[in-house]
Design a protein. Structure first.
Length: 390
């Protein structure tokens, strides 16, 4: 109900309360009435009017905050923040997440909005999905939940595009990559089973892996057939080195098993050190799971060119190998690779543990001092010496 539809009742109620009681009580009653009616912008103004009365200021705000003397100005600003928080919380109670964020953003508080987004479950024909995604993903309040909503309601293509806009926070990127791999795996399994059934073949048991679904069924790939958008498959496989959950990694290996059986036309080229997109990622993922570890490490060691600070592919291949060795707990070996191939790069340019981090993890502060001196890094050299002397 808006103020314009029943103005007289509200105005008359205010006049009666002002005559019968104090201004403070009258404005408190007005604020409660505005809250009940859902007039939240007017509620904010009422709370600020209430603050001015309580602080002995003029009911009419005619100047700027700078004109109010301290400590009254600070007290008024505190009441302003309280009023915004109240309005924001009332909007959240009304499930108006987009409108609530406009208020909480003004006071740089996102926790309450993030909690509301986390609890949000869309209903059928829910017209709030767009505004929730805007706040959760585009405004960065809850990127993980926002990504899930994009995937569930706008599809895989939109989710893959959105992934590039995720913050650099690795746990968020890992969670979103996990969600994407699981969705793609589920879709591919459903499509393969549907194709097997369409051919009149006996359906394998539920839970049969992708490798088993395609084993002995070469006809699935005849005439360059495919059962999933191949660009989505390639984009998702490229994200799999982020994965940490063994179950999801096993599902990702299934995606590579399928990709390796596609016709050459549908097998996308990869970037170093994953030039053979599906085969190289399969080796990486199996190594992470502890399968044929030495062969896997040798596979990526062979992709390291001779040390050359001007070669970008050397830095990328070395970082992948460092990440792999670190995940396997082989920190001394990771440090050797980093020292040989990454020492010339600033820490900010690395997508793997830095030399300082590797030295600390491996307990090799002496090595850190040595590398820092070679690099002419006097500060890290001093830090390493001081750490060694403790």
């Amino acid at each position: 109900m808006s103020l314009s539809t029943e103005p007289d009742a509200l105005f008359e109620s205010l006049e009666r309360t002002l005559l019968a009681s104090s201004p403070v009580e009258a404005i408190e009653q007005l604020a409660e009435q505005l809250a009940e009616r859902g007039e939240f912008r007017a509620l904010l103004d009422a709370r600020l009017l209430q603050a001015r009365i309580d602080l002995g200021l003029s009911p009419l705000m005619t100047g700027s905050l700078a004109e109010i003397a301290e400590p009254t100005r600070t007290k008024y600003e505190e009441r302003y923040v309280e009023a915004i928080r109240e309005v924001g919380n009332r909007l959240l109670e009304a499930q108006e997440i987009g409108a609530a964020w406009a208020y909480f953003r003004a006071i740089a508080e996102k926790e309450a909005v993030a909690a509301a987004i986390d609890a949000y479950e869309p209903v059928e024909l829910d017209d709030r999905i767009g505004q929730v995604i805007e706040v959760a993903f585009n405004q960065g309040v809850h990127p993980k939940k926002g990504f899930g909503l994009i995937l569930d309601h706008y599809g895989t293509c939109s989710a893959i595009t959105a992934f590039e806009s995720l913050p650099p926070d690795e746990p968020i990127r890992v969670a979103c990559a996990d969600r994407l791999v699981r969705r793609l795996h589920s879709d591919l399994v459903a499509n393969l089973r549907a194709e097997i059934a369409r051919r009149g073949q006996p359906l394998p048991a539920e839970g049969t892996s992708i490798a088993e679904l395609i084993l002995g069924r070469e006809w699935l790939f005849v005439d360059e057939a495919y059962h999933l958008d191949v660009s989505h498959l390639a984009s998702t496989v490229r994200l799999t080195p982020l994965l940490v959950d063994p179950e999801t990694i096993a599902l990702a290996i299934g995606l590579t098993d399928y990709g390796r059986n596609l016709s050459e036309r549908h097998r996308y080229e990869g970037d170093p050190p994953f030039e053979d997109l599906y085969a190289d990622h399969a080796v990486y993922l199996r190594t992470v799971l502890g399968q044929d570890v030495e062969a896997g490490l040798a596979h990526f060691q062979a992709k390291l060119p001779a040390a050359d600070p001007d070669r970008r592919d050397e830095a990328i291949a070395a970082q992948i190998l460092v990440r792999l060795l670190t995940r396997l707990g082989r920190h001394d070996e990771a440090l050797d690779i980093a020292a040989d191939h990454l020492a010339h790069l600033p820490d900010a340019a690395l997508a793997c543990p830095t030399i300082t981090q590797l030295c600390q993890t491996a307990g090799r502060l002496d090595r850190l001092a040595e590398i820092a001196r070679t690099r002419g890094d006097i500060v890290n050299y001093a830090a390493a010496l001081l750490s060694l002397s403790r």
